[in-house]
Design a protein around this ligand. Sequence first.
Ligand SMILES: [Zn+2]
Length: 217
Amino acid sequence: MTAPGPTILLATERDQVADYCRRMRADRLVVGTSGNISARSGDLVAVSPSGLDYDQLTPDLVGVHRVDGGAAVEAARDPTTELPMHLAIYRQTGAGAIVHTHSTAATAVSTLVDELPPVHYLIAIFGGGVRVARYATYGTDELAGQVIAALAERTGCLLANHGAVAIGDTLGQAYRRAEYLEWLCDVWLRASARGAPRLLPPDEIGRVGTRLAGYGR
Ligand SMILES: [Zn+2]
């Protein structure tokens, strides 16, 4: 009879964070080591480390921190500098995972408007108009506060002159939303380069939101 091996803290979440970080780079949602990803389990969160090439990111290098205060529980490296933003989002929204990108179209849009114009019905997956959080220096509590405000009743937002955030119950869901957000921003940029795009009214976005909620069940 063999003794069970030692339990690895948040093994599944750390695995997923490392996996989606590499995907985020391959899918060109970030450049270099920018962007970051986390997944929550109870009082703990698995979060990508700071300044490490995603090619070299293995699950054991994904740190585990406490959601209240961010103390390291098991971390070989410093966490992402955006840890305060991740923790604030978890405390405020009850999300299970967060994907923060610097994707090109989302970042471009964040320099132009205060809210992403509703050019396509799929904006409804974010719960309505996608707001742009006001600019604050990266890694600060001020930025975390601006992002919390922009995320009210939403599952994604842009960060002015910075990037985008998408949240979800699971990392897979948060990641898909990050991809959709980038695509929506790209569509608006391309359309508005040729003229004034036709926009959808808020009541239609609400109707689509209701349909999508039913479709998912
Ligand atoms: Zn960032």
